[in-house]
Design a protein around this ligand. Structure first.
Ligand code: MRU
Length: 351
């Protein structure tokens, strides 16, 4: 997607070096970070230099490939297995992460070169799936549409295109007028910072919305459609996504606004029958109690914004029950979030 006038991907490989757009500095600074060892990439996933389910999956695939390459210089027999466990512990809710480590683990048994090829293949597949989600999602778009989205499920959350925002980008590029209300998404502000920055770069009209203004917005302004991404989808259609998604879905249901979740098949967990079984990542309370920002072009870190003697909880995700979701947009089409329909997605032979 576009940064200024240049086309970028979120993450790519040059030899044994993995490069990515550092999302912790956006929108204030555009900077490329690079990693040549799996531990560095693990740290980048954990610290959210790269984030969003799809991008986490691509990064995890590359981290696994780097581990195979590093194992050639390290004679510890369990090196790669230990690395796999370490990668999988970084962002445990994101199903794409496990999908990628398993695939590259299998390929890596044939050597590091095969591991890198598989990681590249997964990154390309990730982008293709996102584009297909955009195409199928176009069925929901129309000229003059007003969309609400939560967190960042745009191209920064994938290798390119994104999930929830793929239909938005596509509709805009095809000449439709699209307006986006972007939830700010406390505590890390992925909406206010990343989604708003992406939309600005694509020239799409948008406004940032305080997290709890959804009910007000739905009642007072016209929102035609809510689109979010997903970090893990259970086989009964329950969806884990950024904290606050559940609340949004309840309000959407109460106000009769269609609520769609966009995600590739790699986000569905065939071993997870319902949402209560999805592991929820809990992050450091500092993300809630402190904040960073920019003043006079200078990045100011760690301003305390709460009572200094109070503690906070910081669950990174919540689970929205399938009953609140209108439909799931996948690279194979749009379906209702029903178990028998989800199962058919996995039966369809790939072309
Ligand atoms: O904690 P994050 O920023 O990785 O969470 C991102 C989200 O919750 C996205 O909505 C999700 O990954 C869906 S698709 C990118």
């Amino acid at each position: 997607m576009l940064v200024g006038k240049t086309h970028y991907k979120t993450i790519w490989r040059e030899g044994h070096t993995v490069k990515l757009i550092d999302q912790t500095l956006l929108p204030f600074r555009f900077s490329i970070a690079q990693y040549s060892d799996y531990r560095g990439l693990c740290m980048a996933i954990r610290n959210m230099n790269i984030r969003g389910a799809g991008a986490i999956g691509a990064a995890a695939g590359y981290a696994m490939a780097l581990a195979f390459a590093e194992a050639q210089m390290n004679h510890k027999p369990t090196f790669v297995l230990d690395a796999k466990k370490e990668i999988e512990s970084t962002r445990p809710t994101a199903r794409n992460l496990f999908f990628a480590t398993e695939k590259v683990w299998e390929s890596g048994k044939k050597g590091a070169a095969a591991a890198f090829s598989e990681a590249d293949r997964l990154a390309a597949e990730n982008e293709d799936a996102a584009r297909a989600i955009g195409e199928y999602g176009m069925a929901l778009m129309f000229d003059g549409i007003s969309v609400n989205t939560h967190c960042n499920a745009g191209w920064l959350g994938f290798v390119d295109w994104g999930s929830a925002l793929a239909p938005v980008f596509m509709a805009h590029r095809r000449g439709m007028k699209v307006y986006v209300y972007v939830d700010e998404t406390r505590p890390r502000l992925q909406g206010a910072r990343l989604t708003a920055w992406e939309l600005e770069n694509e020239g799409i009209a948008h406004t940032i919305l305080p997290d709890h203004a959804g009910a007000w917005l739905f009642r007072n302004k016209k929102v035609d459609l809510i689109l979010t991404g997903a970090d893990r989808i259970a086989m009964n259609g329950d969806v884990a996504n950024k904290i606050g998604t559940f609340e949004k879905a309840i309000v959407a249901k109460a106000m009769g606004i269609p609520f769609y979740v966009a995600a590739p098949l790699s986000t569905f967990d065939p071993d997870c029958s319902h949402g209560d079984l999805i592991p929820i990542e809990h992050r450091d309370e500092g993300e809630v109690l402190r904040i960073s920002g920019i003043k006079n072009h200078r990045l100011i870190e760690d301003i305390t914004i709460a009572n200094p003697r109070s503690h906070a909880i910081n669950p990174a995700f919540d689970v929205t029950p399938a009953s609140l979701i209108t439909g799931l947009i996948t690279e194979q089409g749009i379906i209702e979030p029903k178990e028998h329909l989800i199962k058919t997605l996995f039966d369809t032979p790939k072309t």
